[in-house]
Ligand binder design. Structure first.
Ligand code: BES
Ligand code: MN
Ligand code: ZN
Length: 481
C-alpha cells in the first residue's frame, strides 16, 4: 500500500516529481526546456498527457498535462492524479506539486488527486498468484506551500472515498462462486460494527414472512438462498434521512428466460454492482463524519433457471401488496428492488435513491460512460446531478413518461414485469415508482458504466464501482426540503 502524505516541500528521497502543466502560462522552472522544445517531443500539455524528463542523480520530472488553465477543475486533477499513478507504478517514492500548480481549492484538489491516484492503481489480484500488477510505490507526497491543513483533510477524505470505491470494485470483480448472497451479507456484518453501523440480515424464511415476494420469486431457481441486509447509520442530531437501495443480483443468468450463451454474460457477476456501491458507501460514512442518517438495503440473490425456478405467467405478491405477473424472468432486478423500495418507503425517509444494473436499454441509450437517472422529484435529482458533476460520474436524466404505464398493464395482476419492445429503461423505472409511495426518489441505472474495457481516467479495466463516490457525495451534502 502506498502511503500518501502532505508536505511543504519536495522530500529528498523523491525519485519522480510530477508537475502540472497547462497549455498556457509559464513552464516549470529549472526544467531547461521551453514549451516549444516539449512540443517538438510531442508534449502539448493536453489533459491526461504525461511526459517524463529524466535526470542523472536527483529526481526526474513528470510533466502532467492539465489542458487550458482556465478550465482546470477538481475533475481534471483527479485525471492528473490517475495519469501520475499510471506513469510511476515502478517508482519507489513519488511527489507532486499539483496542489501548487492550479488555483483549485486545496481540500477539493487534494481529495481529487488522491482519488485519481488510488483508483488508477487499483487492481483486483485476489485470485492471481502473480501480483506484480500492484504498484511498488511506497510513498506519494502532495507538496503544498499553503493551506496544508485543508490539503490534509482532502487527503483523508480521498482515502475514504477511494477505499470505498476499491472495495466495491473488488466485490463486483469477484466471481459468483466466490461471492454469494450469503457471503456478501457475512462481509457486511463483519465490517458494520467498526464502521459504526447497525446491521440486520434477513434470510429466506424471514423474507417470506415479511412478504418480500420479489426476493423469494427471483431466488426460486437458485440453490443459494437470498439475503437482504439492512444497514443503519444514525449520527447524533442527524439533519435528514436518506434510504439507499442496491440491486444485488450475484449472478444474472436470466432465469428461465435464459440469456444466450455469449461470453459477454460473464460480466453478469457484476449485476450486484448497485448493492456493492451501497455497501461501500455505508462503510465510509463514519470516516467521513456524515451528518445525514442513512439506511442502506442490499437486495441479494442469484437469478437462476432450474426445476424450481420462477415461470412466465407466475404472479408474485410484493411487500407492498401489489401483484406482478412475470413475462420475462430476466427482468429480475426490478422485482427485488420493489421489495427494497417498499421497505425503505415504510420508514418515510426524506429521500430514496436506488442504484441498479437494471436495463441493457440504458446501455444502448447512453453508452458505457453515462448512467441513466429517473425521478419523481426534480429537486432531488438536482442534488444527485450536482454530486455527479463533482465526482465525475456522469448521469443523464430520462423522463418518467406516465403515459407508458399502460405498457405494464396485466390481464391477471396489478402489473407485469416488462413493458413493450422500446423505452425499456423508462418502463423499468415506472415499475419501480409503484413501490416508493410518492417519497422523493431517484433511480440510477448503471448498466452502462458498471464496467469498462480499458484503463482511462479514474477507471480501470473491469468493474468501475460507478455510483459509489456519487452516493457518498450525495449523502454528505444532502439537504432535506
Ligand atoms: N442485469 C440485466 C441488465 C444489464 C444488461 C446490465 C447489460 C448490464 C449490462 C437485467 O437484469 C436484464 O436482464 N434486463 C433485461 C430486461 C428485459 C428483459 C426487459 C434487458 O435489459 O435485456
Ligand atoms: Mn436480468
Ligand atoms: Zn440483472
Amino acid at each position: 500500500m502506498t502511503e500518501i502524505k502532505v508536505l511543504a516541500s519536495v522530500p529528498t528521497d523523491a525519485k519522480v516529481v510530477a508537475m502540472g502543466v497547462s497549455t498556457t502560462g509559464p513552464m516549470p522552472r529549472g526544467l531547461g526546456m521551453t514549451r516549444k522544445d516539449l512540443s517538438a517531443h510531442g508534449f502539448d500539455a493536453k489533459s491526461g498527457q504525461t511526459f517524463f524528463v529524466p535526470r542523472a542523480g536527483g529526481h526526474g520530472t513528470l510533466l502532467v498535462g492539465l489542458g487550458e488553465s482556465k478550465s482546470v477543475t477538481a475533475n481534471s486533477l483527479r485525471n492528473a492524479g490517475a495519469a501520475i499513478a499510471r506513469a510511476t507504478t515502478k517508482v519507489e517514492s513519488v511527489a507532486t506539486t499539483l496542489l501548487n500548480d492550479t488555483r483549485v481549492e486545496k481540500r477539493a484538489a487534494a481529495q481529487a488527486i488522491v482519488e485519481g491516484y488510488r483508483l488508477a492503481l487499483h487492481r483486483y489480484v485476489d485470485l492471481k498468484k502473480d501480483k506484480s500488477a500492484v504498484a511498488n510505490t511506497s510513498r506519494f507526497v502532495l507538496v503544498t506551500s499553503t493551506n496544508a491543513a485543508s490539503a490534509k483533510t482532502g487527503v483523508t477524505r480521498g482515502q475514504a472515498t477511494a477505499n470505498a470505491t476499491c472495495f466495491a470494485r473488488d466485490l463486483a470483480n469477484t466471481p459468483p462462486a466466490h461471492l454469494t448472497a450469503r457471503m456478501i451479507s457475512d462481509l457486511a456484518v463483519a465490517q458494520a460494527a467498526d464502521a459504526g453501523l447497525k446491521a440486520e440480515v434477513f434470510n429466506k424464511d424471514q423474507l417470506k414472512q415479511m412478504g418480500c415476494g420479489g426476493m423469494i420469486g427471483v431466488n426460486k431457481g437458485s440453490v443459494e438462498p437470498p439475503r437482504m441486509v439492512r444497514l443503519t447509520w444514525k449520527p447524533k442530531g442527524a439533519t435528514g434521512h436518506v434510504a439507499l437501495v442496491g440491486k444485488g443480483v450475484m449472478y444474472d443468468s436470466g432465469g428461465i428466460s435464459l440469456k444466450p450463451s455469449d461470453p459477454s454474460h460473464a460480466v453478469m457477476k457484476m449485476d450486484m454492482s448497485g448493492a456493492a456501491a451501497v455497501l461501500a458507501t455505508m462503510l465510509s460514512l463514519k470516516a467521513l463524519n456524515v451528518k445525514t442518517a442513512v439506511t442502506g438495503y442490499l437486495m441479494c440473490t442469484d437469478n437462476m433457471p432450474s426445476g424450481s425456478a420462477l415461470k412466465l405467467g407466475d404472479v408474485l405478491t410484493m411487500r407492498n401488496g401489489k401483484t406482478v405477473e412475470i413475462h420475462n424472468t430476466d427482468a429480475e432486478g426490478r422485482l427485488i428492488l420493489a421489495d427494497g423500495l417498499s421497505l425503505a418507503a415504510e420508514q418515510k425517509p426524506h429521500a430514496i435513491v436506488d442504484i441498479a444494473t437494471l436495463t441493457g436499454a440504458c446501455l444502448v441509450a447512453l453508452g458505457e460512460k453515462v448512467a441513466g437517472a429517473l425521478t419523481n422529484n426534480d429537486e432531488l435529482f438536482t442534488q444527485i446531478k450536482k454530486s455527479s458533476e463533482r465526482v465525475d460520474e456522469p448521469v443523464w436524466q430520462l423522463p418518467l413518461v406516465k403515459d407508458y404505464r399502460r405498457l405494464l398493464d396485466s390481464n391477471v395482476a396489478d402489473m407485469r414485469n416488462i413493458g413493450g419492445p422500446s423505452g425499456g429503461t423508462i418502463t423499468a423505472a415506472l415499475f419501480l415508482s409503484e413501490f416508493v409511495n410518492d417519497i422523493p426518489w431517484v433511480h440510477l441505472d448503471i448498466a452502462g458504466p458498471m464496467k469498462v474495457d480499458g484503463d482511462e481516467g479514474w477507471m480501470n479495466r473491469g468493474a468501475t464501482a460507478f455510483g459509489t463516490r456519487l452516493l457518498i457525495d450525495f449523502v454528505t451534502n444532502f439537504k432535506r426540503r
